[in-house]
Design a protein around this ligand. Structure first.
Ligand SMILES: Nc1ncnc2c1ncn2[C@@H]1O[C@H](COP(=O)(O)OP(=O)(O)OP(=O)(O)O)[C@@H](O)[C@H]1O
Ligand SMILES: [Mg+2]
Length: 251
């Protein structure tokens, strides 16, 4: 296993390239995320944000470059990959809860199956996490009996149950009805305050302003610019970012 001695970053993406056929979807991406840092990734549809998230979790292969999690290079496959992948929690737009398992079972499944945690401990920890995201009383229900916002909070609890070092969120609120967006963002803001390292793809500028240390703007497979939220939103440098923000503000 390769260890990057220079890296102090918890997540380090170095010179990563990926194509889908002719499309150069990730173009020499370099991104370091420090421990406890919250990075919001923003950019037009098709710019490669989801692909980058998936690459960091090795749900996508990359052609060249390297990705380090806590100083350890992500291997291509095998047991070591499964272990390192457990360090990265992921929350998607669609909650993907197991429909025929209860809320509690959805959260205990990973720790029991992947980490060998015993049932009593897994349930105790799962209940604490469900309380933390405000859905403790929903534990015995099935996912379909919960609102979208509640299900997404369960998905966050499920990811946290694996005790990840970093959490990736890919547009976690974009499938939700407007009135449920804030209850999910509040949980994420709280997580950020507690010191979780987070990479969040979102167009929620309120969240970026409140919780992000840095905004990374992607367009056409490249990181075009990055800055503190206030700086980025008030004074974007590139024409791509200016154009994108003007559209975001008028919609
Ligand atoms: N499995 C795939 N095969 C081929 N092309 C793909 C695949 N997945 C994504 N793409 C293409 O790669 C580009 C980047 O996609 P990606 O999903 O990363 O964009 P995104 O920035 O997350 O966009 P959005 O804001 O719409 O979610 C798009 O042009 C998309 O059509
Ligand atoms: Mg996407």
């Amino acid at each position: 296993m390769t260890t990057d001695t220079s890296a102090t970053a918890l997540v380090s993406v170095k010179g990563v390239n990926k194509h889908y056929g002719q499309l150069h979807v990730l173009q020499n991406i370099n991104l370091d995320v420090s421990k406890g840092e919250v990075v919001v990734v923003i950019g037009p549809s098709g710019s490669g944000k989801s692909t980058l998230c998936r690459a960091i979790n090795r749900l996508e292969t990359i052609e060249d470059g390297e990705i380090f999690i806590d100083g350890k290079k992500l291997p291509e496959e095998g047991k070591e990959l499964a272990r390192l992948r457990a360090d990265v929690g992921m929350v998607f737009q669609s909650f993907n809860l197991f429909a025929h398992k209860t809320i509690l079972e959805n959260v205990t499944l990973g720790p029991m199956k992947v980490k060998g945690v015993d049932k009593a401990t897994a349930e105790k920890e799962a209940m604490a996490l469900l309380e933390r995201v405000g859905v403790g009383h929903q534990a015995p229900k099935l996912p379909a009996q919960l609102s979208g916002g509640q299900q997404q909070r369960v998905a966050i609890a499920r990811a946290l149950a694996m005790k990840p070092k970093v959490m990736l969120f890919d547009e976690p609120t974009s499938a939700l009805d407007p009135e449920m967006i804030n209850e999910v963002l509040d949980v994420m803001v709280q997580l950020a305050k507690e010191g979780m390292t987070m990479i969040v793809v979102t167009h929620e500028m309120g969240f970026a302003r409140k919780a992000a240390d840095r905004v990374v703007f992607m367009a056409d497979g490249q990181i075009v610019e990055q800055a503190k939220p206030e700086e980025f939103f008030t004074n974007p440098q590139s024409s791509r970012a200016k154009d994108f923000l003007s559209k975001l503000l008028t919609h």
